[in-house]
Design a protein. Structure first.
Lengths: 212, 678
């Protein structure tokens, strides 16, 4: 259950809303399982379900989700920084760890690691009061044409795409310019270092930028 | 020509005969292949990398008594292993004992291009840089100092303009010198940041102390870089070697240890630093003056703008297809005129002399007279013209604009924007179009695209639409069928996208300023597609003609009649004899029209000669729709099997046949029920 709230929060932070299909993928379960779990969460008053849009957390649900997210990301940090566990494994193991960590342990980890701001993947760790220090970045898709911006982070787990983008020079810290947006929710044409690239909306929504 | 030959065989063959083996690497669209053409002339073969769909061009030429062989590697932005292109480029560099590596660099976009150069320098092989498109760079206000670049990188740099063959001679001389010197030339070591350099040196030492063996025989330093970059293939290769596990674990520890500032992502740092270094070098050797945006750039921008882009696309498509119809029609009439007045009588008398006027002679004539005429009048005028125009659109850069504009629409069909190229090519001939789906990255996409291509009316089916519908009951109905097909392709695409597991692959595509294509590469590209039509479709078409001829002339054909009658007459409301035509259409689609006429004469006497007397407008419409939907011909089925395997080929064939019958039945039912058409 907590697992679900955390996943919904992660998706909300990423896309603004958690679609059940994404939720199924994120948790590696069937859409049917998600539907019944969401029904349960609704009964507890943790989420509201908007048909065709997805699931949104209520205030109570968010509080629960943030707590789990905090423990998860601190656990990841613990695994990679102190125990030198492989970066890509840390997420999976942290999914187990987070359930045995209470707030005292979370604070201890935080202290030991001198208050890390982000998880090893660059996402912010919520503080003890449940505030998430969101960097004021926005997805590249929401940028208008003829605007310049700097890439803050690329939220993509799949390595091939990340590597491909980086071979084109598209990585955090790089300045780009949106040259054109195709009609009908089509791709964006983005200029990086003098070369133009067409990026599908799905790619552009993974790239978070700050206007300059 | 030799599409199925493995490149290992070809490389081994040429290696025995040449003095030096030279590879060409470079980013896509840097003029690398044009340069390759200048270096090798017509002396090139295309070979497949074993087990991969990526093709390599291999050629040789003689320069001042020295025999050089060239391998044109796939164009890539990096030497990674994340796509087949990259993998093949990298593997070829490791596997073939290359004497010199030419890296072709676009002078107008130096920073991005130098990324690959820096990676290639790590390989510790003699490298020569071809600084290409210097003329275009000047037009964009950039002058690159080749001497300074050469000094900074420690390798020779030769300025070239591949489109005009400039600098090629100089390049060859430099390559020969570099080959003679071998690896004696001290490699300039690329300096990374302290932290990264320390990590590389640390790992390099660790590797060298444990073993002298490295995957693919690369240097320990290169292997160290690859592991620190988190290269999946190298990690896998290492885990099979002795001490490999220890090395991989050590590398992993190095990548996470880092500082605790949150930027402990070493793999990304490697490429970040390489990019920084590349743009630093580019800035130091390039002097820039501000130039107004070039016409080619402005046109490109216009072609993707929301207001002008879509109307322009519609205009280009209308122009494209009208040209094909008009030019193709003229050519087709001309060819059939010549054939019927000059060649056909000759063939008839020759066959008559040799075999008499019996059944055997007639069967032979079906094949060599009607069969060859059919492909001459469909193949050369329509397919060739179409592929020439398509290559022009592709090379000029306009197809990228189309891919950009249509990406969101294509996404709904489970494809990304670039899949529009094979789909369009299907309107010429389905065979090369299905081969063209190789450019798509996932099997899911290739399956969807191939299924949709099968439903795109090729020129043979266009001939049926024109002959059976447009010329008899009116052009409006011809266009109705085309529109209906487009709708059907859309519906099937959306359906497949929903049913098949997975998601469309995201689009990431470089957008080039428009260019005037070189004649060389135009003709090469056109031939590349047309050859599949000639070597795969044509033989099967001719065999098909013989088969139909044999069935027809022996009278064996009619025995199918009663079997098909319930389906054809009952469901589709067509004369039962048409069933035969539909079955035989699988051999050659445009044959259905000729057969229809011929069979009509046999069944109904001379009145049948007029299609309208033989079939009602509704029947003609249903006939044309059914013919257009089901799997085009045996050639297409065999290519589907080759590309996707027999299981999928049969699935697609069965699906389209079922769909054709279903749509035909519904159409027949609706029309007779409600009288929608006269």
């Amino acid at each position: 259950m907590q697992e679900y709230l955390e996943a919904i929060l992660r998706l909300e932070l990423k896309y603004g809303v958690a679609r059940t299909s994404d939720l199924a993928r994120e948790l590696n379960v069937t859409p049917g399982t998600v539907t019944s779990a969401v029904e349960q969460l609704k009964k507890f008053g943790f989420v509201v379900h908007e048909p065709y849009k997805g699931v949104r957390l209520t205030e109570a649900g968010r509080r629960q989700g943030v707590t789990m997210l905090r423990r998860h990301r601190l656990a990841e940090r613990l695994l990679t920084d102190l125990l030198h566990v492989n970066w890509s494994k840390s997420h999976r193991i942290a999914c187990e760890f987070e359930h045995v960590i209470d707030e005292d342990v979370a604070r201890a980890i935080e202290k030991q690691l001198k208050g890390p701001a982000t998880c090893p993947h660059g996402n912010p760790i919520p503080d003890a009061d449940g505030n998430i220090n969101e960097d004021k970045s926005m997805p590249l898709v929401s940028l208008g044409t003829k605007t310049n911006a700097v890439v803050v982070k690329i939220v993509e787990e799949k390595e091939p795409l990340l590597k491909y983008l980086s071979s084109l020079g598209l990585m955090p810290g790089v300045e780009l310019r949106v040259e054109q947006k195709a009609p009908l929710h089509g791709p964006l044409m983005v200029n990086v270092h003098g070369s133009s690239y067409a990026l599908g909306r799905d790619v552009a929504s993974l790239i978070f930028v700050k206007k300059v | 020509m030799k599409g199925d030959r493995s490149c290992h065989g070809v490389v081994d063959e040429v290696k025995g005969e040449v003095d030096f083996l030279v590879a060409l690497a470079g980013n896509p669209n840097t003029g690398k292949s044009t340069l390759f053409n200048h270096l090798t002339g017509l002396n090139a073969v295309t070979a497949n990398y074993p087990g991969k769909t990526v093709e390599l061009n291999i050629g040789s030429s003689l320069h001042d008594g020295i025999n050089l062989a060239f391998i044109d590697l796939p164009g890539t932005y990096a030497l990674g292993a994340i796509s087949e292109d990259q993998w093949v480029a990298r593997r070829s560099l490791f596997e073939y004992d290359i004497d010199v590596l030419i890296v072709v660099v676009d002078a107008s976009n130096l920073a991005r291009n130098l990324y690959l150069v820096l990676q290639c320098l790590e390989l510790n092989k003699p490298v020569v840089i071809a600084l290409n498109m210097v003329d275009y760079a000047v037009k964009t206000g950039q002058i690159v100092d080749a001497t300074a670049l050469s000094k900074l990188l420690g390798v020779p740099v030769v300025e070239t303009v591949a489109s005009r063959g400039q600098g090629v001679k100089n390049l060859v001389e430099t390559v020969i010198n570099a080959a003679k010197e071998g690896s004696k030339r001290p490699a300039v070591r690329i300096e990374y940041s302290e932290r990264l350099s320390a990590a590389i040196a640390d790992l390099e030492r660790f590797i060298s102390e444990l073993t002298t063996e490295t995957p693919q025989g690369v240097t320990a330093r290169f292997a160290a870089m690859m592991l620190l970059e988190g290269d999946a293939e190298f990690i896998e290769l290492y885990s099979k070697l002795k001490h490999g596990r220890e090395i991989v674990d050590y590398a992993k520890a190095l990548t996470v240890r880092g500082d605790s500032s949150g930027s402990d992502d070493l793999p990304l740092d490697v490429s970040r630093e390489r990019h920084a270094l590349a743009s630093n070098i580019a800035d130091r050797v390039t002097s820039r003056t501000s130039q107004p945006a070039l016409l080619s750039q402005r046109l490109r921008d216009l072609s993707v703008s929301p207001h002008a882009g879509l109307p322009l696309l519609a205009g280009v498509m209308i122009a494209l297809f009208s040209t094909i119809f008009y030019v193709g029609g003229l050519l087709s009439d001309f060819i059939s005129g010549v054939w019927e007045s000059a060649v056909s009588p000759l063939l008839h008398s020759a066959v008559g002399l040799l075999l008499g006027t019996g059944v055997a002679g007639k069967v032979i004539l079906w094949g060599i007279d009607a069969g060859i005429l059919a492909w001459l009048t469909v193949g050369v005028p329509y397919v060739l013209t179409f592929y020439l125009l398509l290559s022009f659109l592709e090379d000029s850069g306009y197809l990228n604009s189309i891919a950009f504009l249509l990406d969101s629409t294509m996404h709904k069909l489970g494809l990304h924007g670039r899949a529009i190229i094979p789909l369009l090519a299907g309107a010429g001939c389905n065979v090369p179009a299905i081969m063209g789906t190789r450019v798509l990255s996932t099997r899911r996409e290739r399956f969807i695209a191939s299924t949709l291509i099968v439903m795109v009316p090729c020129s043979a089916r266009l001939a049926v639409i024109v002959g059976a519908v447009a010329n008899t009951i009116g052009w409006a109905y011809g266009f109705f069928i085309l529109g209906f097909e487009a709708l059907l392709v859309g519906v099937v695409g959306v359906g497949l996208n929903r049913i098949l597991p997975g998601k469309p692959y995201p689009l990431v595509m470089e957008m080039f300023p428009f260019r005037i294509p070189s004649l060389w590469s135009l003709s090469k590209k056109t031939w590349y597609r047309f050859k599949d039509f000639v070597f795969i479709a044509l033989p099967l078409i001719t065999i098909g003609s013989f088969a139909v001829g044999a069935l027809y002339e022996t009278g064996f054909l009619w025995s199918f009649n009663s079997v098909l009658a319930p389906l054809v007459t009952g469901l589709l409301g067509l004369p039962s004899v048409v069933g035969l035509v539909l079955v035989l259409g699988i051999l050659r689609k445009e044959l259905t029209l000729e057969l229809l006429l011929a069979l009509a004469v046999v069944q109904y006497g001379a009145t049948g000669a007029s299609l309208q007397a033989f079939m009602s407008p509704v029947q003609l419409l249903v006939f044309a729709v059914v013919v257009t939907i089901y799997v085009p011909c045996v050639a297409t089925v065999s290519v589907l099997a080759k590309e996707l395997g027999w299981k999928d080929a049969l699935k697609i064939s069965a699906f389209t046949i079922g769909l054709a019958v279903l749509v035909g039945a519904i159409m027949n039912g609706a029309v007779t029920q409600f009288g929608l058409v006269r």
